[in-house]
Structure formats: structure tokens, C-alpha cells
Design a protein around this ligand. Structure first.
Ligand SMILES: [Zn+2]
Length: 125
């Protein structure tokens, strides 16, 4: 995977334009700073909130990630624990969603901005 790969830099939670600057104020599980996006990139100066309310669109991505998580868990349950009852399955999925919620929230914002801002090689110094 190339160092400038969009997928790699989504996973690394880096600036979509330069792939160098960090995107969040802290770690996704640092609960006092959960989901706080920096104002701008420390490397290239890109202002992350492209317009007022820009990250509200990331809710669609967050929903899609949650559905993908549920589908993946359902497939795993069907393969490895086919006799698990529905209530236990539902409770397990809700617990998984609660544990992974900060990560899904962070990834939804990173994916959202990566949809609109593309890599610019001229930002490399
Ligand atoms: Zn940048």
C-alpha cells in the first residue's frame, strides 16, 4: 500500500490534503476530547471545517459504518455461534457498538473529509 494511499491515511487519521498533519485533537478514546477536530492542519494549513456544519454529513458515514459492523458481527455469529439466541446476539451487538462508538465516530469524520479533499503533492516540503 502506497504511503499516499487514501485508505492508509484514513486509518492513520491524517490530513486529506498533505497526509502529514494529524486530524484530531486527541485519541478517539480520550473521552474529554472525543471527536474534536483540529481547526486546521499543522503541516499544510488546510482548514478542516470546509463550511459551517460540514461534519454533519459524516453522520451518514457513521450510520453506514454501524450497519457494516452489525452485518459483520451477524456473519461471524452465524459462522461460529449458530445456536446463539437472538437476545444474546442483540446484547452482544449493542455492547460492541458502544465499545467501538468513539472509533466509528472518528472514522466517519475522517472518511467524510477524505471524500471532499484530495491529496496535493505540492504540499510536500
Ligand atoms: Zn495537511
Amino acid at each position: 500500500m502506497s504511503r499516499n494511499s487514501k485508505l492508509l491515511n484514513i486509518v492513520r487519521m491524517r490530513c486529506p490534503k498533505c497526509h502529514q498533519g494529524t486530524f484530531f485533537e486527541g485519541h478517539p478514546y480520550q473521552l474529554t476530547r472525543i471527536g474534536l477536530v483540529k481547526v486546521s492542519c499543522s503541516h499544510c494549513g488546510l482548514k478542516y471545517e470546509l463550511e459551517p456544519g460540514f461534519f454533519q454529513g459524516s453522520y451518514y458515514v457513521s450510520y453506514a459504518l454501524a450497519v457494516a459492523l452489525f452485518v459483520a458481527l451477524w456473519i461471524l455469529k452465524s459462522l461460529f455461534l449458530p445456536n446463539l439466541n437472538y437476545l444474546t446476539t442483540l446484547i452482544s451487538m449493542v455492547i460492541a457498538l458502544l465499545v467501538l462508538a468513539p472509533l466509528l465516530f472518528a472514522f466517519s469524520k475522517v472518511i467524510w473529509i477524505h471524500l471532499f479533499v484530495h491529496y496535493d503533492s505540492s504540499t510536500q516540503k
